[in-house]
Ligand binder design. Structure first.
Ligand code: DX5
Ligand code: ZN
Length: 232
C-alpha cells in the first residue's frame, strides 16, 4: 500500500576529508538521497556545515540532496542555501524555528519552491504531528525526528512510528502524499518499524557510514524496511 523505501545516508557520519569518495560510495550502493545535516550551534548545540559545503556537495553528488536545516532564523539564511539546490533536491526546515503565527512556514515553503526544490517541514520529537496539517498540501516532505536533533549516533526514540502513522492519516485526510522521512537512530533494528508505519525515506547516519561495508548496510536496511512494509 506504500511506495518504495529510500535510504538517505547522513554525511555527518562520513569522512569529511574524503567526502567525494563517500558520496560516490553511497550513490553506487543504492542510496536515494544525500542527507545533509546543517547545524548552526544555536538552534542545536552542535555546529556542522554551512553554505560552501552544500555548494561543494551539489557539485560532486549525482544524487539529490536532502538538506536538513537545524538553524535559527531560517528565513534569513534560507536564500543562501537555496542558491545551491534545485529540481529534485529537498530542503527541510524545523517548525520550531519558525513563527507559525506570523506565517513564516508559508514563506519558507514559498522560498524553497521558488528555488525549484521540494519543501519539507521537520518536527522535533516533542512536537505534535498535527502542527503540520495545514501545510501538507504544499509540502513534498515531512520529517519526523526520532532523536533530539544535534548529534548522530543517538538511540531511536520509541514511539516515533506512532507519529509517522499519524502523519499518514493526516495526509490521507488532506488527499495528499508527501514523502514521510524519519531521522535518528535508524538501522537494521528500527527501519522495519518506521517503514511499516509509512515512512518513505530513512535517514541513516552511523548505521550506514560507520558500517564496515556501507553499501551492504544500505542493501540490508532497505530489504528489512521493504519486508516490513509488505507485511504491514
Ligand atoms: C541529528 C541529525 C541526524 C543524524 C543521524 O540531529 O539530524 O541526521 O546525523 O545520525 P544517526 O543515524 O547516527 O542517528
Ligand atoms: Zn538530519
Amino acid at each position: 500500500m506504500f511506495g518504495p523505501v529510500k535510504i538517505a545516508p547522513s554525511i555527518l557520519s562520513a569522512d569529511f576529508m574524503n567526502m567525494e569518495r563517500d558520496v560516490e560510495l553511497i550513490t553506487e550502493g543504492g542510496a536515494g538521497y544525500v542527507h545533509v545535516d546543517v547545524m548552526d550551534g544555536h538552534f542545536v548545540p552542535n555546529l556542522t556545515i554551512g553554505v560552501p559545503f552544500v555548494q561543494g556537495l551539489k557539485r560532486v553528488s549525482r544524487l539529490p540532496l536532502d538538506v536538513h536545516l537545524m538553524i535559527s532564523n531560517p528565513l534569513t539564511q534560507l536564500p543562501w542555501y537555496l542558491e545551491h539546490v534545485g529540481a529534485g533536491d529537498l530542503v527541510t526546515v524545523h517548525v520550531e524555528a519558525l513563527d507559525l503565527a506570523a506565517d513564516e512556514a508559508w514563506r519558507a515553503i514559498e522560498l524553497i519552491h521558488e528555488a525549484g526544490a521540494g519543501a519539507g517541514l521537520v518536527l522535533k520529537p516533542d512536537t505534535e504531528a498535527d502542527v503540520v496539517a495545514p501545510y501538507l498540501p504544499q509540502l513534498e516532505m515531512v520529517l519526523a525526528m526520532s532523536v533530539y536533533p544535534g548529534f548522530s549516533g543517538q538511540s531511536y526514540i520509541e514511539g516515533t512510528e506512532g507519529k509517522v502513522a499519524r502523519l499518514v492519516e493526516l495526509s490521507r485526510e488532506a488527499g495528499v502524499a508527501p514523502l514521510l522521512e524519519v531521522d535518528g537512530g535508524i538501522g537494521l533494528a528500527t527501519a522495519g518499524r518506521v517503514a511499516a508505519a509509512g515512512a518513505d525515506v530513512l535517514v541513516c547516519g552511523n548505521a550506514v557510514m560507520k558500517a564496515e561495508d556501507p553499501q551492504a548496510a544500505i542493501r540490508d536496511i532497505t530489504a528489512a524496511a521493504e519486508a516490513a512494509r509488505e507485511e504491514a
